[in-house]
Design a protein around this ligand. Sequence first.
Ligand code: ATP
Ligand code: MG
Length: 282
Amino acid sequence: MLHSPNMEKRNARIIAFTNWKGGVGKTTTCVNLSAFLVESGKRVLIVDLDPQGNASIGLGIPPRKAKTIYNVISEDCDISEAVQLTPMKGLEIIPADIDLAGAEEELVRASGRERILKNILDKIRPSYDYICIDCPPSLGLLPVNALTAADALIIPIQCEFYAMEGIAQLMYTIKLIKKRLNPDLTIDGVLLTMEARGNLTEQVATEILKYFGKIVFKTRIPRNIRLAEAPSHGKPINLYDRRCAGAVAYQNLCKEFLTRQKSQAVVETFYNAPKASSRPPT
Ligand code: ATP
Ligand code: MG
């Protein structure tokens, strides 16, 4: 790792930011929650698992200039060579670029193909408090590797008419992964993103709350142009404009997340007594 080797030993919680649907705020949430976790004194590594490389570019890592998670998966380099610094001190990233698109094909042929990322990340758990995986908007071996490596998921859902589209499939996949590959996988929270004022948002929020219950974060992320601008400056929102509504919302999310981490009760409630009466549309 890039930081001092004689620091205290940690045991990172691995969190995957996932939703099969594209453009719902996975990357924005992964990058900005990570940045505020670092501000709260946590040591955080982002693993960009999306060939689009949005988290990497958004943190100032240009494509094709650094070792990536693809090089680590293909055993071209050691994980320590792929960890990059970001503009935020204490926040590190293993980047991705379009080369990662080829990994799906290579993983198919590998033995223990669903557990490759888990084996890689387990080795570096002692160096971080949180390892945050930014998942691609797809089904396939990369997200299956993320869900197998993760201790928990954060599911961003955009406040729009088709918000619950794909959620049934996602929940079914999570169930299968829990059964076959990762029995302890849990959901640390469902996050409403890109909220705008109006009845539609409230209707969508009500539907999501009915299905997911208490695991929905009370904090909601508003639609805020500064959040969309920050990546083009290669910075998380706290470094770009820490007073904007988007920054305040992600800071509040971080506080709620950390409070929730202290009490696992909310999370367990979902699995032990799911609100099965309200199913999402298939
Ligand atoms: P993909 O599925 O393609 O990986 P994603 O789920 O990671 O997408 P983001 O890239 O985080 O979604 O967000 C999609 C777009 O919306 C980006 O241009 C981002 O800057 C913008 N965006 C995200 N959250 C907000 C917000 N709260 N307000 C305004 N724009 C936002
Ligand atoms: Mg993304």
